[in-house]
Ligand binder design. Structure first.
Ligand code: AMP
Length: 281
């Protein structure tokens, strides 16, 4: 595995592989790797000849009061993990390499970003859309892999690719969880033992909703009540708990035949998100 720092080096490496007809897969990340990241690397490895993982804690997607400075960073550990997962290139640029003096372009996806994390974190998806578009321009991948854990992010990135005619397939991969159900996240390290135990309520809320759909009701009110009860029992007040169309994030009042149930909540020092696709069968 090569660790590269500049866009020019990545471009040259990818061009060399392309000359040998390589198919190229990209996994954008902010590092602090866990099994969720590794699952994306494996999915990319399975389908491509050259796998590029970017490791960049993107400042423009953090709000002024958010955890940019505290965000966990351990490049040496991440490099070992990526190498073991069969990654070919780890692109770990500096902030100045990605945002040189005078940088002044932002990509804004309207509509999709007005709700959920877009509403809770103003500017967040502008930062995501802009950095991902830059990564697509630098790497030129055939496909890019994202976790369904950030369901809204997958939709936003897919919209950017479509709207800007970027020839990249945006692949959403399943949420990887801890044995007790907590969705893996680099931010889980912020949880102390008591909050770590409470945090499992997010997944329980999603499972309670799945049970309602399987047994009794497809109505948003009933589903959201069941989910809210699990959160309340753990003393968790959600930032949002929404039932929405998995395609365009418009609010729905029924699972017909699918719906995205998404939750965000502050648990102790961590802001956590999770979601599931509900389906009638
Ligand atoms: P991050 O480094 O947190 O920006 O995440 C990089 C990529 O990994 C994003 O596409 C995330 O959606 C994905 N990811 C993060 N956590 C998980 C998880 N628990 N399961 C699957 N994918 C994940």
């Amino acid at each position: 595995m090569r660790v590269l720092r500049t866009a020019a080096e990545v471009r040259a490496a990818v061009a060399g592989a392309r000359a040998r007809n390589a198919r190229v897969g990209l996994v954008p990340t902010m590092g602090a790797f866990h099994d969720g990241h590794i699952s994306l690397m494996r999915a990319a490895r399975d389908a491509h000849d050259l796998v590029v993982v970017s490791l960049f804690v993107n400042p423009t997607q953090f709000g002024p009061a958010e955890d940019l400075a505290a965000y966990p960073r351990d490049e040496q550990r991440d490099a070992r993990i990526a190498e073991q997962a069969g990654v070919d290139i780890l692109f770990a640029p500096s902030v100045a390499e990605m945002y040189p003096h005078g940088f002044s372009t932002t990509i804004h996806v309207s509509g999709l970003t007005d709700v959920m994390d877009g509403a809770a974190r103003p500017g967040h998806f502008d930062g995501v859309a802009t950095v991902v578009a830059k990564l697509f321009a630098i790497v030129g991948p055939d496909a890019a892999y994202f976790g369904q854990k950030d369901a809204q992010q997958v939709l936003v990135v897919r919209r950017v690719a479509r709207d800007l005619n970027l020839p990249v397939r945006v692949v959403g991969c399943p949420i990887v969880r801890e044995p007790d159900g907590l969705a893996m996240s680099s931010r889980n390290v912020y949880l102390d033992a008591a909050d770590r135990a409470r945090a499992t309520a997010l997944h329980r809320a999603l499972v309670a909703a799945e049970d309602v759909v399987a047994r009794s009701s497809t109505s948003a009110d009933v589903i959201l009540d069941a989910a809210r009860a699990e959160l309340r029992a753990a003393g968790i007040q959600p930032e949002y708990l929404d039932l929405r169309s998995p395609d365009d994030l418009t609010e729905v009042d029924e699972v017909a035949p699918t719906a995205l149930l998404a939750v965000a909540a502050r648990v102790g020092a961590a802001r956590l998100i999770d979601n599931t696709i509900l389906e009638t069968r």
